[in-house]
Design a protein. Sequence first.
Length: 263
Amino acid sequence: MIRSRVLLVMVALSVGSAVVAQEEPSPSPTPTPDPVVVTVGSASAKLVRYATAEARTALEPLKARQESDPRVAMALGRVLEQEKKYGESAALLGKAVVLAPSDPEAQIWLGETLLRQKKQAEADAAFGKAIDLVTPRVAADSAGADLGSRYWLGVAQQRRRLFDKSAETLTKLLELQPTHLMATYQLGLTRAFQGRWADAVTLLTKALEGDSGIAFAYYYRALAQDKLGRKDQLVLDMEKFLALAPNAPEADKARAVVAAAKR
């Protein structure tokens, strides 16, 4: 920020005029962003769009830190999950859990990759651990300042199939921060899992209006559109999903759904 100077011109009738320069206080220096936070954040945004190769490339400079930094271990574990290397993914995410035992996010991503391996009981244990970690934090957060804990609690509840509790948690979060796109997306998923198809479409549409690259928002909105009898919208959304995530595990189902709808 360029410092501005305020010039105060004072006219002294007896001795002529003088110009006095008054400086504003120097602004506090801008903190230097943590390069790990910046890189992991960029990679996470790419993973939401299922740009897996781009995420791996972005994380390459940090690869040596995966054994010691849970943020890097989580991000690379998610890359491995999208690459369908589920065993490697679970091992690295398990390391993230050890490195950050109080972080619910690590437990949730571990649960996700365990679901891909069809290890439901182990996945449920990971989601349950995430719930146990953040429930006291949310209960103590009377001011509603800890939005992160609320978000991860809502996600963990959803993945643990506690849909009513998930909806309650995410709805409260959105009351506190209406522009939270990922909370909007996750609440849309929760409504879909509850069979509230119209609500799911509304919420997922809102999330996509904020970020048109949330790949799975198209997938779940397509399923909700199908339940509402909107075959044309079903096809459009599945095609958008496939354009973003052609290698996702759900891609073959999406192709089959589109083919069937076009017959």
